[in-house]
Write a protein that binds this ligand. Structure first.
Ligand SMILES: [Zn+2]
Length: 317
């Protein structure tokens, strides 16, 4: 069997992680460098002139121009946290390096925090991933399909039309010969208008979309993209068609990765975030060594996401 290029890449080992980010000082230094690679810049006025001091162990800067004071976490997704940065770094490491998803309960055990805290950390970091992936645009050959996430109630319908599931559009950009490159998942209804709105946001006009016979996928033509429709008749036969290999493999892997990991209620309420996490990780699967540094950078430029926003499940821009 051929070695899988994704599975066998070295990644960042736990030993390397601890060497680099094992102490609070190391994490603080890494976060400062990530947020201000050219040196401190005042978030209020943009000036670089500053003085710094420590208060209760944490480093603060005071802008010499406007007198604004801030720490390295204020104005970022880490704002107001009472946890050491080492906990956040460990959470980021676990979320980016594990092959399968890490649920809040597992995070709780690894970090030694309560469930509520672990859940909030997990959702804040998923929110960082969502913001980062929000601008993803697919181009070239793109396979799309309809998919469903979440709890099945006994006796409920399955597949299209199920009342208990969150419908989402799954799309994967491939090379001309069908090798998967980038993915995009979007919770939304399957109407021509919704597909057209998705295409306007996440699809280049030069893309060629390959789909089954579901009528609404024709909505991609509204933005000028090409559309190749294959009427499959559904069922097992359609999952074997070569033109849908990338999307079927992707959805199969997604289903396996999510199965049993998450609570069904969270799943349906926060589908946008769980899907964004899967999308973020898939689109960086060849870069496991740098994925933590990139998530750190994304977290340092994402504005605070207070707990009330995280729990309300609204999309916070
Ligand atoms: Zn200033």
């Amino acid at each position: 069997m051929a070695m899988n290029r994704v599975q066998f890449q070295p990644g960042l080992s736990m030993a390397q992680f601890l060497d680099r980010y094992g102490s609070e000082d190391q994490c603080e230094t890494a976060l400062i460098a990530s947020r201000w690679p050219q040196g401190f810049v005042c978030p209020e006025c943009g000036s670089g002139e500053n003085s710094s001091f420590r208060r209760e162990g944490r480093l603060y800067w005071q802008c010499s121009a406007c007198r604004h004071q801030c720490s390295v976490i204020s104005g970022t997704v880490f704002e107001a946290t009472k946890l050491p940065l080492t906990r956040w770094f460990l959470a980021m490491h676990l979320l980016t390096q594990s092959k399968n998803n890490v649920a809040a309960l597992e995070l709780m055990r690894h970090l030694g925090v309560c469930y509520k805290t672990a859940w909030l950390i997990k959702h804040k970091l998923m929110e960082v991933m969502r913001v980062r992936e929000d601008a993803r645009v697919l181009d070239g050959r793109v396979e799309i399909d309809d998919a469903y996430l979440g709890g099945e109630l006994p006796g409920g319908k399955t597949g299209r039309g199920s009342e208990n599931k969150v419908p989402f559009l799954a799309a994967v950009q491939t090379t001309p010969d069908g090798q998967p490159q980038f993915a995009c998942f979007a919770p939304q209804p399957f109407t021509t208008e919704a597909v057209a709105a998705w295409a306007a946001k996440s699809l280049a006009t030069s893309a060629t979309v390959v789909s089954d016979g579901l009528w609404c996928f024709g909505g991609v033509k509204i933005i000028g993209a090409q559309h190749e429709r294959t009427v499959t008749g559904g069922g097992a036969a359609s999952t074997k068609l070569p033109q849908f290999k990338a999307i079927n493999t992707l959805l199969g892997n997604l289903k396996n990765a999510l199965a049993g990991t998450y609570h069904a209620f969270d799943f349906t309420k926060y589908a946008h975030r769980y899907l964004a996490e899967a999308q973020y990780r898939f689109n960086r699967r060849f870069n496991l060594t740098s994925i933590l540094a990139r998530l750190l950078r994304a977290a340092s430029v994402t504005s605070p996401r207070p707990a009330r926003f995280i729990r309300a499940a609204e999309v916070c821009r």
